[in-house]
Write a protein that binds this ligand. Structure first.
Ligand code: SP5
Ligand code: ZN
Length: 358
């Protein structure tokens, strides 16, 4: 067990099983487009973090996972690919990815209590809220192993490491208690935060620097005072995913009133204002008396990222790392988005270096 850390060296926790998820496609505005959340992301990040000690995740039971997610979602994700393979879909449509076509929204049910759908292709939309997040044969083992990665990193921090990096894939911050979407299935960062709570930290901050708002993490902790959620992201009010959430007016409810903070930024923001916004979230988390930190480390705010609107550079990510590392809190860094394979690893390494040396 490590009880002291070498400055600048951050344990990198990973699992080879995170490569098993192959989404292949995203269905977007009715067309199948090539998936960007691909297994090669894992190897790009591992290569860039080669100088840091590497730890393979160990298996954890479902206790923390079940505290964060609805059992129905977990059962669906664990069994959907096999059930799909057993159905007529290969013959009917010639493809083996579970994808919804039917969504039981309030507009359809209009206050009536629906009887759960029998057909698998009609059940999927109960749990999946978009058409971009396909489930294949490797999705569950990968998503479940990403939870083990997050929990193993939280273990290292609980044992005295100042900072641990969790190479989670698929990402997680769009997954809600009972829903998946946005290329996310299980909420790795929320599970890490819950684990830190259970290891004795009375108040934990989750700070999310992914280009997109982490609506899942926000929803999971929306009414809780013991886990703060702060995010900097491209403004959903300008038309960006996740569309409904991430506005500055969303601040939490009940005991969680004031424990959510959103800093939506316009397209074309660039480093200076983006790093300043990360600093505002760091100040907020620091002054709220948090004793541990989870960073939802998406690097899709980078200029090279496909569709990236925020135009952040590696220097910007290094600056974000410095701002959050300067809090001096025990921290689990959880990988979220970031899709430009040639620059992805360098962006993660820049953040980790900034965080660990500040
Ligand atoms: C974890 C994370 O970063 N999830 C990103 C989810 C948002 N994706 C929105 C993509 C919408 C448009 N995609 C068009 C693909 C055209 N090739
Ligand atoms: Zn993102």
């Amino acid at each position: 067990m490590t009880t002291s850390s070498t400055p600048g060296r951050v344990p990198v926790v990973w699992s080879p099983d995170t490569r098993l998820h192959e989404p292949r496609h995203e269905i977007w505005v009715g067309a199948a487009t090539p998936a960007v959340e691909v297994p090669a992301r894992v190897d790009a990040i591992l290569a860039a973090l080669e100088g840091h000690p590497r730890h393979e995740a160990t298996r954890h039971d479902d206790a923390v996972l079940s505290a964060v997610h609805d059992e129905g979602l977990l059962d669906f994700l664990a069994t959907a690919a096999e059930a799909w393979a057993a159905g007529p879909y290969a013959e009917l449509v010639g493809q083996d990815r579970v994808v919804p076509y039917f969504f039981p929204t309030p507009a359809m049910t209009q206050g009536m209590t629906p009887t759960p759908a029998v057909a698998l292709h009609a059940q999927t939309g109960r749990w999946c809220y978009d058409t971009m997040t396909l489930v294949g044969p490797g999705t569950w083992p990968a998503a479940r192993s990403a939870i083990d990665v997050a929990l193993s990193a939280a273990d290292l921090v609980a044992a005295g490491e100042r900072t641990a990096y969790a190479l989670c894939r698929p990402p997680g911050h769009h997954a809600t208690r009972a829903g998946y979407g946005g290329s996310c299935y299980l909420n790795n960062a929320a599970v890490a935060a819950e684990a830190l709570r259970r290891s004795g930290h009375e108040r934990v901050a989750v700070v999310d620097v992914d280009a997109h708002h982490g609506n899942g993490t926000q929803a999971i902790f929306w009414d809780r005072a013991d886990v703060l959620y702060g995010s900097v992201h491209v403004d959903p009010g300008a038309g960006w995913f996740p569309h409904l959430f991430g506005h500055a007016t969303e601040t939490g409810t009940g005991e969680g009133a004031g424990t959510t903070r959103n800093l939506p930024l316009p397209e074309g923001t660039r480093d200076a204002r983006w790093v300043e916004a990360v600093g505002e979230l760091a100040d907020w988390a620091g002054s709220a008396g948090c004793s541990a930190l989870v960073v939802s480390l998406g690097v899709d705010a980078a200029a090279d990222d496909p569709e990236s609107p925020l135009l952040v550079t590696a220097d910007g990510y290094r600056g974000a790392g410095r701002a959050l590392g300067a809090l001096g809190l025990p921290a689990v860094l959880v990988q979220e988005g970031g899709y430009h394979l040639p620059s992805l690893g360098g962006l993660v390494a820049a953040y980790v270096e900034g965080h660990a040396t500040s």
